[in-house]
Design a protein. Structure first.
Length: 332
């Protein structure tokens, strides 16, 4: 469903993050039942003419079930640019419904950003965008909704890892976790000035990795390898007493060319009863149930996928790998 909304508030969260709160009466129809976790939406920002003037968005209120095909048929010069974002907060049940989206302000060395990043950096209260998101009237639950990938199932030990584009999702997930969940949240951010206060009832340890001038993903990759360290995992015996690494090779992940395909590999929702009945035979005893959620630049995520699945041998059904963006490629 599409929502025609306007910018209500703008808050600078850190050196490279801008929180934009969108409001509009139509948002009372937005949402899912329960926590939003990493709920993704499409944000359509206005096209900008050569002189920098924003063109008004066309009326997108008629976009329905086949909204994407409908939108593609519109004039590319005026239909706006569609990008994917996370709902960082949603307050849609009161008299003034609103949602927060945290935009990373990314610009290259020449100061050029993508359409969404540029729009967010220049946004003013009253500016309008269109959001494509779930319709609350259909009472979709997080379990049933395809736009949420956080599916820990029975897991009580988790790994969340991502770059700045995944910080809105990771922090929203952390805020929703109950006390008995432990693990690590590894977040690579451009600078120390991008750390954000996060409240979680869980025992998950938050680790902020300020990149500075290092290559994108270097710190995140190292931190994941340290957190899920090979000797530790490999020496753990499984329930039947066989050391983990002596098992025949588990699944070798097929190569994904992140320049041509989207890296998006997420487990199906687990039926808790089925999980209890048949514990995973390939995972180390004591470490189960474990679940990992990894998102960020596609090549970095691909490297972590290879490490966790091939080298460590973690069951792919317990890890979500998501390329949120690709270096050098605009989202299309
Ligand atoms: C499910 C999902 C949820 C997401 N949630 C968020 C979110 O909450 N907040 C958020 O900021 N982003 C989020 N992203 C990432 C966001 O969609 C991309 O960063 C997107 O490319 C930004 O659009 P743009 O118009 O600014 O840049 P584009 O036009 O898409 O790209 C222009 C250039 O900028 C580069 N680029 C894109 N993103 C970055 C970046 N972060 N850092 C450096 N260079 C970049 C591209 O490689 C390209 O060269 C999410 C993506 C997905 C798939």
């Amino acid at each position: 469903m599409s929502f025609d909304v306007e910018v209500k508030r703008i808050v600078r969260l850190g050196a490279n993050f801008q929180r934009i709160t969108f409001a509009g009466a139509c948002l009372s129809d937005f949402g899912i039942s329960g926590e939003t976790h990493d709920l993704r939406i499409k944000v359509i920002v206005p096209c900008v003419e050569a002189e920098g003037t924003s063109l008004p968005l066309p009326d997108l209120s008629e976009l329905s079930a086949g909204w994407y095909q409908d939108w593609l048929k519109l004039n590319p010069a005026t239909r706006g640019c569609m990008r994917t974002y996370t709902v960082r907060g949603a307050r849609c049940t009161g008299p003034e419904p609103e949602i927060d989206v945290d935009f990373v302000l990314h610009f290259d060395e020449d100061g050029n950003g993508g359409p969404a990043s540029s729009w967010a950096a220049a946004a003013q209260p009253g500016d309008r965008v269109c959001i494509i998101g779930p319709n609350a009237a259909q009472c979709v639950t997080a379990e049933a909704y395809g736009g949420i990938e956080w599916r820990p199932g029975m897991a009580r030990h988790v790994l969340l890892a991502g770059d700045e584009t995944a910080v809105p999702a990771i922090t929203a997930i952390l805020e929703s976790l109950p006390e008995d969940v432990t693990g690590h949240a590894l977040m690579e951010i451009p600078s120390t000035a991008d750390r954000q206060p996060v409240r979680t009832a869980s025992g998950v340890q938050m680790i902020w990795l300020a990149r500075g001038n290092r290559p994108h993903g270097e710190l995140l990759d190292a931190a994941v390898r340290q957190t899920v360290a090979l000797p530790g995992w490999a020496s753990v015996e499984t329930a039947d007493g066989v050391p983990f690494r002596q098992r025949p090779a588990l699944s070798e992940p097929e190569e994904i060319n992140v320049d041509e395909a989207i890296l998006w590999e997420t487990p199906q929702r687990l039926d808790p009863a089925a999980v209890q009945a048949t514990p995973n035979p390939h995972a180390p005893s004591g470490a189960l149930p474990f679940y990992a959620w990894i998102a960020g630049e596609a090549a970095v995520v691909r490297g972590l996928r290879r490490y966790l699945v091939r080298d460590v041998g973690i069951d792919r059904k317990q890890v979500a790998f998501m390329g949120y963006w690709r270096k050098g490629r605009a989202e299309s």
